[in-house]
Ligand binder design. Structure first.
Ligand code: NAD
Ligand code: DAU
Length: 332
């Protein structure tokens, strides 16, 4: 297949492109606006005969129409993705996550192009720490932040286009990803690069919030599986049983990096901070046979620390601006 991958210069998109080139014979065109979160260097070294980059906006209807018509499938990762930014300036989240997705599905319906929509577990809201239930495909939508509400809106647009116009789409909702090429604004890379810089990690509030961690490579393998074998109109939850509270994650990073486990600071909590996410991925595992390969979070984290140690040239140009934003928000 000829794949059009939106947001392919971002964290998960670039991991997905590498996986596709390794594991299949598909070719890839990346459509990416190279916002502050996109990085051309994340695609360095990929074979030019199978992978190219178009710098452009997913809300640019003529561009999107032309590219969609030239491809067999669209895999849609592009988004404004950071909750903290959405609390301070929601507008880009509406433009990209809602209008951008609308622009893509209109083109996909005109051309009859297969469409896979990447979404998040945050559309389901949060769980109590002692809730025995996890999110399933049947959990009602209940998003908390401007980011997650725009992702929920985009999911609902895709569902409506499937039902009303026969759009050939699938949707996946995944939990928190970690791994190489993640922007230094996000929790794990922020703390790793802080420690590398001799700065103490910053924990929001008491740090009891739980996230369900999955390696970006396991997410990529799940997306390719759904693209190739998923049933049109269906939603699949992606998760690797990786629940950890934020305090434990910071303490593990510090220990793996040879620092005292308590050498971190508590900073102002995030407004409306979701307490816990947890994914039940039984449907994906039983219907499509997917299994995560990074079963041990601690060793995945150690490999991620090594990657940031060895790729300072990749993350250094973004670090000062990311920390300046946190200082403005009182979270530095
Ligand atoms: P990211 O912020 O690292 O990358 C987003 C990419 O989209 C960037 O390359 C950016 O330049 C591009 N982009 C933004 N606006 C654009 C526009 N208008 N037109 C074209 N390109 C644009 O994000 P990520 O963490 O890789 O997330 C990718 C997708 O996965 C998002 O849809 C996100 O909601 C979803 N998701 C992320 C996670 C996670 O833990 N990071 C978990 C589940 C789902
Ligand atoms: O659940 C999937 C979602 O995971 C994706 O949809 C989002 O795109 C992705 O950014 C991520 O959202 P979170 O808000 O969970 O991720 P973030 O890395 O921003 O924060 C993870 C947790 O760590 C969260 O509870 C907030 C906390 N945190 C974050 C930062 C940046 C801190 O304690 N300190 C920090 O410095």
């Amino acid at each position: 297949m000829r794949l059009l991958v939106t947001g392919g210069a971002g964290f998960i998109g670039s991991n997905f492109v590498r996986h596709v080139l390794d594991a299949s014979e598909h070719t890839v065109t990346v459509l990416d606006a190279l916002t502050y979160a996109g990085n051309r260097a994340s695609l360095d070294g990929l074979p030019a005969e199978r992978c190219s980059l178009v710098v452009g906006n997913i809300a640019d209807a003529p561009l999107v129409d032309r590219l969609t018509g030239d491809h067999d499938a669209v895999v849609h990762f592009a988004a404004e993705s950071h909750n903290d930014n959405s609390l301070h300036d929601p507008r880009p989240f509406l433009d990209t996550n809602i209008i951008g997705t609308y622009t893509l599905i209109e083109a996909a319906r005109r051309h009859g192009t297969r469409f896979h929509h990447i979404s998040t577990d945050e559309v389901y809201g949060d769980l109590e720490l002692d809730d025995p239930h996890r999110f399933t495909e049947q959990t009602p939508y209940n998003p908390s932040s401007p980011y997650s509400s725009t992702k929920a809106g985009s999911d609902l647009l895709v569902r409506a286009w499937v039902r009303s116009f026969g759009l050939k789409a699938t949707i996946s909702n995944c939990s928190n990803n970690y791994g190489p090429y993640q922007h230094v604004e996000k929790f794990i890379p922020r703390q790793i690069t802080n420690v590398l810089d001799g700065v103490r990690p910053k924990l929001y509030g008491a740090g009891r919030n739980v996230r369900d961690w999955i390696h970006a490579n396991d997410h990529s393998r799940a997306v390719l599986t759904i693209l190739e074998q998923g049933v049109i109109g269906e939603t699949y939850l992606i998760g690797a049983d990786g629940e950890e509270d934020n305090r434990t994650v910071v303490e593990t990073i510090l220990t793996l990096m040879g620092r005292p486990a308590d050498a971190y600071d508590h900073v102002q909590d995030r407004a409306g901070h979701d307490l816990r996410y947890a994914i039940d991925s039984t449907k994906l595992r039983t219907e499509l046979g997917w299994r995560p390969r990074y079963a041990d979070f601690r060793s995945g984290l150690a490999a991620t620390i090594d990657w940031y140690r060895e790729h300072e040239d990749w993350w250094r140009p973004q670090k000062a601006a990311a920390e300046a934003r946190y200082r403005e928000q009182g979270q530095a």
